[in-house]
Design a protein around this ligand. Structure first.
Ligand code: FES
Length: 118
């Protein structure tokens, strides 16, 4: 019987993965898309690439649908740590890229409060 997956290493394909909610809710309900989510996503992708972090063994920046924490929007979450962020501008994204995605230090001031939901 042969193995169907690679068992030669335990390293994850990406060291870190950040998901941005880009959802726009129907009927004009408040959502991340109305609060600069796309701009934050685009800027993050650009910065991660510019820092040479993108790709296997590095960082992946992905779009996501509603993450069900809309009240804190725009929101993004970083794995494997499972740290949730809310952000306002490009400087916030720069800090997340530099401190967390590059150096593994979560940005305390941008963390989403634990009780923020839909
Ligand atoms: S619309 Fe972004 S978390 Fe729901």
């Amino acid at each position: 019987m042969s193995e169907t997956h690679d068992t030669t290493g335990d390293a994850p394909y990406y060291e870190r993965h950040i998901f941005f909610c880009l959802n726009e809710r129907e009927r004009g309900e408040d959502s991340c898309a109305l609060h600069g989510a796309k701009e934050g996503f685009d800027h993050c992708k650009k910065r991660v690439k510019a820092e040479g972090l993108a790709g296997r063994g590095g960082v992946r920046v992905n779009k996501a649908g509603c993450l069900d924490r809309c009240a804190g929007g725009p929101v993004a979450v970083v794995y494997p740590e499972g740290v949730w962020y809310t952000f306002v501008d490009e400087q916030d994204i720069d800090e997340i890229v530099e401190s967390h995605l590059k150096n593994g230090q979560p940005v305390e001031r941008l963390k989403l409060a634990p009780d923020v939901g839909r």
